[in-house]
Write a protein that binds this ligand. Structure first.
Ligand SMILES: [Zn+2]
Length: 146
């Protein structure tokens, strides 16, 4: 079997991921939950009271590439200036489209566009639809949309 370089791994190469360090108990964190898939812990810089993070146990590679791809597809709006909701939706959907074979791209796009419309409005819906549609048309997905 050929290893899939895009598949999530147990930890980042060279131990460069703070979340992997927390998952493995190498970095301090106030854990509130853990199971076979995720670890939940209190955020060190909480946005509000009770702010906690739920992270997957498996390290996800390529996260740094997502913002560059979003910027390439939507160059008029700097990624840092996107609303938090649409930025989060774009990052998670783009990750699925580009690197996950578990969910068909069409399903990911429909869900992302729907979430953007519901939680961030019609402008966000058009942005998410445009970015994901462009990536999909360019063959950027790991799998087809069937
Ligand atoms: Zn990691």
């Amino acid at each position: 079997m050929v290893p899939d370089e895009n598949a999530p791994t147990k930890s980042a190469p060279g131990g460069a991921c703070v979340f992997c360090d927390i998952v493995q108990g190498k970095a301090a964190a106030s854990r509130v939950y853990a199971d076979d898939l995720v670890v939940a812990f209190m955020d060190m810089q909480p946005v509000n009271r009770g702010h906690l993070l739920v992270v997957p146990i498996a390290h996800a590679a390529h996260l740094a590439e997502l913002d560059a791809r979003i910027a390439a597809e939507a160059p008029l709006i700097p990624v840092a200036e996107l609303g938090r909701v649409e930025r989060t939706i774009l990052r998670s959907a783009l990750y699925e489209v580009l690197y996950s074979a578990a969910t068909p791209s069409g399903d990911t796009m429909r869900d992302a566009v729907s979430l953007a419309r519901i939680y961030a409005g019609d402008a966000a819906r058009r942005l998410v639809n445009g970015v994901l549609g462009s990536v999909s048309r360019s063959g950027g997905g790991a799998h087809s949309s069937d």
